[in-house]
Design a binder for this molecule. Structure first.
Ligand code: KMH
Ligand code: ZN
Length: 277
């Protein structure tokens, strides 16, 4: 039975520029402040991409470690580092993200067209990420950009076993130009495909751009959880830029409360996802 709602905030991403989106948190200070405020509102997980001194996406190991340490020190949020990075990041650097020791990390289940780019995720790379996470006790969030990627996930689990902690959690990333659309129909198709995955598999969903609200509502009504943030959405409503990540988290919390599925604490989420101690 689904009770509360797991709310993930994805505050930064790798795609928007600070010049175009000044409210984007790009420094460690901005990120920590955002994390604290989003936690106070009801977020339990933070999906993290970091930037360099010029606000460009980076996978710099020192910065990643510093970020994990600062978020741990200042919040009780579950820190989920992105292994997706930016579309230009090499596989070796994406794998090395795990060396920063996060509690969770993202793990995308296949290659997808990504606007005018390609987000490359070869099978061997997926297996390597999954295996390293198993060995290190890092819980994956399997990112699903298209329906067939759930079949890849099933193949991965069949051939290489369950993730650390034994619980499977997926995130439907919907509405990327090149991936599945951010519609109720697509979410229901994904939801139905979960029956081929281990019993108890949980899911969250996020809709890119204007699909954010339809996906949020569809996920709540289908028993799913939510991811929101400026990685995915920089327009709050027609003609209104997002002012902050807190604005998006507050909206998600409002919808979750309306659905009588209030936000879960990070302690509840650690239990739900059976995160390794
Ligand atoms: N920035 C995208 C190319 C992830 O974080 O794992 C990939 C992405 C997925 O954001
Ligand atoms: Zn990401």
């Amino acid at each position: 039975m689904t009770t509360g709602t797991l709310i993930t905030v994805a505050p930064t991403g790798a795609e928007s520029t600070k010049a175009e989106v000044p409210a984007l948190p790009v420094t460690l200070d901005e990120l920590v402040r955002t994390a604290k405020e989003c936690e106070a509102l009801g977020a339990a997980v933070i999906h993290v991409h970091i930037r360099d001194d010029q606000a460009r996406p980076t996978l710099d190991q020192g910065r990643l470690r510093e970020t994990v340490a600062a978020l741990r020190e200042n919040t009780d949020l579950i820190v989920q580092l992105s292994t997706g990075g930016a579309v230009t990041d090499p596989e070796a650097e994406r794998l090395a993200v795990l060396d920063a020791g996060p509690e969770m990390a993202s793990c995308t289940m296949g290659t997808v067209n990504f606007g005018d780019d390609v987000f490359l995720n070869r099978w061997e790379f997926i297996v390597e990420l999954h295996t390293r996470m198993q060995e290190r006790g890092i819980a994956p969030e399997y990112e699903i950009f298209d329906l067939g990627q759930l079949t890849t996930l099933r193949r991965l689990l069949d051939k290489h076993g369950l993730p650390a902690g034994g619980h499977v959690h997926v995130d439907f990333v919907m509405g990327v130009p090149g991936g599945m659309p951010g519609t109720t129909e697509a979410l229901v198709a994904c939801r139905q495909s979960l029956r081929d995955l281990p019993e108890g598999t949980t899911f969250s969903a996020t809709g890119i751009g204007r699909s954010t609200i339809p996906v949020l509502l569809a996920s709540l009504s289908a028993g799913g959880h939510l991811r929101v943030g400026m990685e995915d959405t920089v327009t709050y409503a027609k003609g209104r830029p997002v002012e902050s990540n807190m604005q998006l988290v507050a909206r998600a919390v409002g919808f979750a409360q309306l659905a009588q599925r209030p936000p879960m604490t990070s302690a509840d989420v650690r239990e739900l996802l059976r995160l390794p101690p």
